[in-house]
Design a protein around this ligand. Sequence first.
Ligand code: CDV
Length: 325
Amino acid sequence: MTRIVTVGAAQLGPIALSDTRAQVVDRMIDLMQQAKGCGCDVVVFPELALTTFFPRWYFDKQDELDAFFERAMPGPDTQRLFDTAKALQIGFYLGYAELVHEGGQLRRFNTAITVDKAGTIISKYRKIHLPGHKEHEPWRRFQHLEKRYFETGNLGFTAFQADWGKDKQGVFGMAVCNDRRWPETYRILGLQAVEMIFIGYNTPVHNPPAPEHDALSNFHNELVMQAGAYQNGTWVVGVAKAGTEEGVEQIGNSIIVAPSGEIVGACTTLGDELAIARCDLDLCNSYKNTTFNFARHREPEQYRMIVERKGAVPPEASPSGSKQT
Ligand code: CDV
């Protein structure tokens, strides 16, 4: 059997601070139309896709910061994305800044949703691995204030069923940017039998605390998504907001990765671009039923004992007698 889902990695080039949401949504609809022309069932947009990547600045006025957040989804500026999905019969993943009244208070999350071909939200995820720092750090060329502006996501990594048409049903998952560097992201979804993970990102080439990593930014991007795909027998679609945005160079390198770990589709520019792949969800079984047959080969009890140090050889009893200094 085959279950082919045709997916589009809908990379966006830079978004200026002065760009309106309407201008960005125009660009996204253009990509959705191109994707439809190529037979796509679903397109994946980047993290915080509707505005410039605002955590690069320190804002002390709450209203200036909140201008980057969506109070409703769909909202006045984003309704057209949902209407286009329905009119073209194409789904989408969208990353955005969410402002919500929840638990009796205003809360802010770095959120992603998946929308089906009827224009209905079928799943929501709130970013768990928030990178960066909380306080203004003037020594940096640019800030990365996600830890200040967002709360840690409270929805977990929750896989969900999506139905993109006949013989196109499967188990999907979402993550956002920095989540892709953490094996737990993929494994928690993998344990729920995920078959395709959507991930949007904004990744500066320059890493202020570790500039020695700069030259490796594309390599690390590919490394984590290829490993996550292979080790969990799942497709992974990673999509960038790319190019030089407000003076900060961001990687592109949007890729579609097969359960084999191979890259089967890739963007090659740093602008608005679509990369497409026909993804057979049944290909996941070749890995899920063999090398990564979790029920057969994982050793969760052993992992638990090692973590709790029960049954593990204590360092003083090991031949080297190595102790941490
Ligand atoms: N938006 C992000 O989460 N960016 C991080 C950077 C700061 C390392 C990333 O993992 O790409």
